[in-house]
Design a binder for this molecule. Structure first.
Ligand code: HEC
Length: 192
């Protein structure tokens, strides 16, 4: 009886201990769809883009993009230059406004327009990296088929593994220090 009690206490302590570390690992439903990460705005902020577009045709409405990665994964990247298994990135797309309050020029961010997620997980994904796109209010998203472009653009153009570290100013020197930065990916080129 005492042993069982001890086991229960140890198990409970493990759960408490693991809590803060594991709280930002991705969760899936029974069909394997990714659940929308709730707290990603508390993750590490990597950078913002404005009106970034990978096609030379004139774009429509320009939006902001904000990129986040889990803090535990960021810490491991700083130590190793590698993204650990189960790293997830979120890019949130925000509408841009110019006139409001005292603002006269430039742009500021407003409503969420969409959310894209990228997960490194060799056990779950045959191609290691999986891609998901959520509507502004979407709660779950299925993995994108490999042929739709997410995987291949990231594979062919990102400077570190599948991630666009060439656009993340705080990570670029870290990647260079560990020799994992693909300089050629900085060259001006077309996405195709
Ligand atoms: C034509 C190339 C291209 C395609 C296709 C593409 N991306 Fe990206 N993706 C980028 C670039 C460039 C960035 C860096 C954006 C920035 O700096 O704001 C990026 C950044 C990201 C990030 C942030 C982490 C990282 O890898 O740097 C996520 C998450 C992401 N994309 C998900 C997706 C998903 C999901 C799809 C498909 C629905 C997709 N991407 C399709 C080029 C692409």
């Amino acid at each position: 009886m005492k042993r069982i009690l001890l086991a229960v206490v140890v198990f409970a302590l493990c759960l408490v201990g693991a809590g803060p570390v594991d709280s930002s690992k991705m969760q899936y439903d029974e069909k394997g769809n990714l659940l929308r990460p709730a707290d990603y705005r508390d993750w590490m902020f990597l950078s913002a883009g404005f009106g970034m577009n990978y096609s030379p045709e004139p774009g429509s409405h320009e939006m902001f993009t904000n990129v986040f990665v889990q803090r535990w994964a960021y810490q491991q990247f700083l130590k190793s230059g590698k993204w650990p298994e189960q790293t997830a990135f979120v890019i949130d797309e925000r509408d841009a406004e110019s006139k409001g309050s005292i603002n006269k020029k430039g742009h500021y961010q407003t409503d969420l327009m969409g959310l894209a997620v990228e997960v490194k997980d060799s056990a779950r994904n045959p191609d290691k990296w999986a891609y998901y796109a959520f509507d502004a209010n979407g709660k779950t998203a299925g993995a994108m088929p490999k042929g739709n472009g997410c995987w291949s653009c990231h594979d062919e153009h990102a400077a570190v593994e599948h991630t666009f570290v060439q656009f993340y100013p705080t990570l670029k020197p870290v990647a260079k220090k560990f020799g994992v930065y693909n300089e050629a990916r900085e060259k001006v080129q077309d996405a195709k």
